[in-house]
Design a protein around this ligand. Sequence first.
Ligand SMILES: [Zn+2]
Length: 187
Amino acid sequence: MRSCIACRLRAPRASLIRLVCDPEGTVVVDRFLKAPGRGAHLCYDAECIRVAAQRKAYGRAFKRAVAPVDPERLIADVVAAIEARVRDRLAIGRRAGWTRSGMDVLGRERARLALFVLAEDAAPATAARIASWGDPERCPVIVFGNRAWLGATQGQAERVAVGVIDADEAARLRTEFERRDRVLVAT
Ligand SMILES: [Zn+2]
């Protein structure tokens, strides 16, 4: 268990943002929770990221002088970390066989899917078709990344959507999408 340096909420380490301080004193996001050294933790919450900066909680957490933390820069870093993890999981899914892509395949296998990841630049008619195949409970449709980005995760030039058939992996990805939504809340 770790505590958020802003609101003091205690939570499992993996459910919090982990920050580390580089040798120059810049606070950066530890994307894969593997960086050595002292870490500081925050909720996936725009408010906690901003409050920590206002209270100068970052320097206290690292017990050293740190460069001023711009919360908006940190939020962008957190979103980039989420994107990197989602990209990794979807690429692993392709190799492990739990992702599907291509409209024909998605249409044929839609009953097996637990999640659709839809490109933000999908054509409206295609987006509507994918939406009609999804289901808010059983198989939500989440807009994330663009066609080129989704394609790259599947070893393709472009993909308009990627389907996930593994329910546990779909749940993990949904957690990442919820985190993104919570840090991107405007004040
Ligand atoms: Zn918090």
